[in-house]
Design a protein around this ligand. Structure first.
Ligand code: NAD
Length: 485
């Protein structure tokens, strides 16, 4: 029941950083899956461009290894198609900061096809690539560029980055990736909200008690310690991923499902966010456990005050949401790997069944990880002769069940987003002003705890975060949903 695959237009896709971690882990296996699904046209070209010297054959071997390692079950099943896919792949060694390789790359590009450049390199190189694409005549007025997070470190740096890209590319050519937006469930959230009459009348502070957004990881900072310690959970997760999820829950219905209409509505939400009182922010750092080092050991900085966990209570000042808190939390080394948005509805105004029947609430749970799906908790009578007792049962809209054996064919976020780039559809990409508005809200919070010299609270690996985060909700007579996979 997966929607019919419509091949995209023929394209030349250049992956700067084509030998890097992201390209090998996500971009190339994703492109292979699109190839297997029949979405890639016959004469599409994928050109890896990176610093090291390889000929086409060597690069194809790198791509083959990456697909075998990271392509999952489907790549194993479709291994017979790998040779066909690799015929689309070639390589040019390019020095992004120098002159070499650019003319050779120009020679590989065709004039009459969609042209896209994926900047899968550190953000310090974005400006150099943009400049040289222009200087060597590789960028046409219709070319697209794809840029990865982090998009800036604060408002100032994000402004600079926007300005650097804007020197050579129009906003309609710039695709800022937030892979959370490419998830099937995130788009389904919009379908559920705006394709049904059922939810929208209840989608406001009169009926919604609160919203919880949790993105929990079980891993620590791993090999990214040096980068992460300069960033922290607020910059790494809240400013982009959690903010985007909040926008999709809170935004008004756009007039149509078109890139600027959707992004205009998201921007209004970000601009309506209240500054967060410091009593409503809890930051944490994972402590050492029996087997594992602490956050400070992991980042090799004994005095680090960077947070590996953050929880916030966020209020939105507009007619729809005034009075309904949005509780956000994200962290590393937590109990389970899960991403969930829970819309918790208010209690019925009066229980006709009496207190002994129990009180229950409807919760719409949108699960993004590890499995994608949407569940609505509905209260019914407990079956059997035990009198009128109430229980919650889930109305399950999990794709694996609804779509049957085809469910595993649902494209991964990256591959869906790359196809959107080729199609020229920016709906699921962040616009420059959205990114700036998100930083404008984030910056004062970070400045606040920096100037107060706040030290994050320690929490145990495998827990739900620091005690204070539980208190953040207990004080309001509410509780977090369990973190479980
Ligand atoms: P990486 O260090 O593994 O790869 C960097 C790539 O850039 C390599 O191919 C390298 O050859 C190339 N490169 C570096 N300097 C160059 C130069 N001067 N000239 C030509 N090529 C050069 O990095 P990564 O993990 O793949 O990350 C790439 C981008 O994606 C970063 O902006 C990162 O923040 C972002 N990102 C990565 C992940 C991930 O899972 N790895 C997730 C989200 C975002």
């Amino acid at each position: 029941m997966v929607s019919r695959v419509i091949p995209v237009e023929t394209f030349d896709l250049v992956i700067f950083g084509g030998t890097g971690d992201l390209a090998r882990r996500k971009i190339l296996p994703g492109l292979f899956r699109r190839f297997c699904s029949g979405q890639m046209p016959d004469n599409a070209a994928i050109i890896g461009a990176a610093r090291s010297e390889h000929d086409d054959a060597e690069y194809r071997q790198i791509v083959r290894d990456a697909i075998v390692e990271f392509g999952g079950a489907q790549a194993k099943r479709d291994a017979g198609m790998l040779d066909g896919f690799l015929e689309h792949v070639s390589y040019v060694a390019v020095d992004i900061k120098g002159e070499s390789g650019w003319m050779a790359l120009a020679g590989r590009l065709r004039g009459d096809v969609v042209r896209a450049f994926y900047f899968s390199v550190g953000p310090s190189l974005f400006g150099d690539i943009a400049e040289r694409l222009h200087a060597f005549g590789l960028a046409t007025s219709d070319s697209r560029i794809v840029v990865e997070k982090p998009f800036g470190h604060d408002l100032e740096s994000a402004r600079t980055l926007n300005a650097t890209l804007a020197k050579h590319f129009a906003e309609t050519q710039i695709y800022r990736i937030d892979h959370y937006l490419g998830k099937e469930t995130v788009q389904n959230l919009m379908a559920v909200r705006f394709g049904n009459m059922l939810f929208e009348p209840l989608w406001n502070s009169q009926y919604v008690d609160h919203v919880q957004i949790t993105v929990a990881e079980t891993v620590g900072v791993g090999g990214r310690g040096a980068y992460y310690d300069k960033s922290g959970a607020m910059r790494d997760m809240v400013q982009n991923h959690l903010m985007q999820l909040l926008c999709l829950i809170a935004m008004e219905a756009p007039a149509k499902f078109d890139p600027d209409a959707v992004r205009d509505e998201k921007l209004k939400v970000i601009r309506a966010l209240n500054p967060v009182d410091y009593h409503h922010i809890v930051r944490g750092q994972y402590a050492a456990s029996d087997h594992d080092p602490s956050y400070r050991d992991d980042v090799d900085n004994a005095r680090s005050t960077t947070e590996s966990f953050i929880a916030l209570k966020v209020m939105i000042s507009n007619w729809r949401w005034a009075g309904t808190p949005f509780y956000l939390r994200t962290g590393k080394k937590l109990r389970a790997r899960t991403s969930e948005i829970a819309v918790v509805f208010k209690d019925t105004p009066h229980s006709i069944f009496g207190e002994e029947a129990g009180r229950h609430r409807n919760v719409l749970s949108i699960q993004l990880q590890p499995n994608e799906g949407i569940t609505l908790g509905v209260t019914i009578k407990e079956p059997g002769p035990g009198g009128m007792r109430l229980v919650d049962v889930p109305l399950d809209m999990t794709f694996a069940d609804a779509l049957g054996p085809d469910a595993e064919e649902v494209p991964d976020a990256y591959e869906r987003l790359i196809m959107d780039v080729i199609r020229g559809n920016q709906t699921l990409f962040m616009r420059g002003d959205e990114v700036l508005a998100a930083w404008a809200w984030t910056d004062p919070l970070i400045q606040g705890w920096t100037s107060r010299r706040e030290v994050p609270k320690p929490y145990d690996a495998g827990s739900s975060g620091p005690e204070d985060a539980l208190m953040l909700m207990h004080r309001d007579g509410r509780r977090w949903r369990d973190i479980r996979a």
